[in-house]
Design a protein around this ligand. Structure first.
Ligand SMILES: NC(=O)c1ccc[n+]([C@@H]2O[C@H](COP(=O)([O-])OP(=O)(O)OC[C@H]3O[C@@H](n4cnc5c(N)ncnc54)[C@H](OP(=O)(O)O)[C@@H]3O)[C@@H](O)[C@H]2O)c1
Length: 279
């Protein structure tokens, strides 16, 4: 029977993908960088390369992505794509990010091109900004000051629920219908951050507003939160792309691949509203 390796299996996308595969009685092996393993897990550290050889034992399909916080995504992905090629996997789904294909010299694009040229069936998925960022990355300002602080002006983003990304990955891993194609993944509509703040407020009952800030005002907070300086600057660069309107486009890829409409922002806030009710 097919065994699927899921990288970053405890993350936003990976955990839901594992759930979907197991619910469908498919064999899954969860990669983790942690040393203490639970049943169904295998050790694989993309930075130190520990576990690289054993993680692919008996595997025929794989979901690959780079953990956040790194700007050298191709360095992290090169060995796993190489292993997938060496093991002649039946399908590899690589997740990068919307816009990754704008520049052939960018690390994410280099990883995509390595996979495109590996001679094995693949898909590349490029999600837009996750809805889930509002209860993770941007949560500190929301909980402490009731504010979403971002340097993105009035620009809109077609935010996607990471659970829909997992549904897409599940469909692509378990079917060959769309093999060797790449997809930009978005939610069904684009919202600006005033609209986001309104929806968070309405669902949680806590007053949340959006405050446009300058990139240089955001930088100290990113650094004091422990982000490496190069990644903090990378984040500010892609937030500037958001401000310039590059995150506004809406695609029909989620529906085309899964047969279901992407979750709405209202659906997301309803499911997670307890997170913003904390003080
Ligand atoms: N957030 C967004 O808006 C957005 C938009 C587009 C694309 N993306 C892309 O999404 C990816 C992140 O996905 P996500 O949000 O699902 O992940 P996530 O929730 O941030 O989880 C990160 C995962 O990385 C694993 N990890 C950490 N260090 C590792 C290492 N050294 N080796 C192997 N695994 C390691 C962690 O698991 P263990 O602790 O078990 O190892 C964890 O499961 C990034 O590549 C980012 O560029 C994000």
């Amino acid at each position: 029977m097919d065994k699927t390796l899921v990288i970053c299996a405890s993350g936003n996308v990976g955990s839901e993908l594992v759930r979907l595969l197991r619910a469908d009685h498919r064999e899954v092996i969860e990669a983790t960088s942690r040393k203490e393993l639970k049943p169904g897990q295998v050790h694989l550290n993309l930075i130190t390369k520990e576990g690289m050889k054993t993680a692919f034992d008996g595997v025929s399909r794989a979901f690959l992505l780079s953990p956040p916080g790194h700007t050298n995504q191709h360095e992290l992905m090169r060995p796993v794509i190489g292993m997938a090629q060496e093991k002649k996997l039946n399908k590899v789904v690589l997740m990068t990010a919307m816009g990754a294909n704008a520049d052939d010299t960018s690390p994410m694009r280099k990883a995509e091109m390595q996979l495109e040229n590996a001679g094995i069936p693949y898909n590349i998925i490029r999600p837009n900004w996750f809805m889930q960022n509002f209860h993770t990355f941007w949560m500190d300002g929301i909980l402490k000051q009731g504010k979403i602080f971002l340097p993105v002006g009035k620009a809109k983003g077609s935010f996607i629920d990471s659970r829909d990304i997992a549904s897409v990955a599940y469909s692509l891993l378990t079917s060959d219908q769309f093999s060797n194609r790449d997809f930009d993944l978005t939610g069904g509509r684009a919202l600006d951050h005033d609209e986001v703040a309104y929806l968070l407020t309405r669902a949680s009952g806590k007053k949340i507003t959006y405050q446009d800030i300058r990139p240089d005002e955001m930088l100290p907070g990113l650094l004091s939160a422990g982000l490496p300086a190069d990644y903090a600057h990378f984040l500010l660069m892609i937030l500037n792309y958001f401000k310039l309107g590059y995150a506004e486009a809406v695609t029909d890829s989620v529906e085309k691949i899964t047969g279901k409409h992407p979750r709405t922002f209202e659906h997301y806030v309803e499911d997670y509203k307890n997170m913003w009710m904390k003080s």
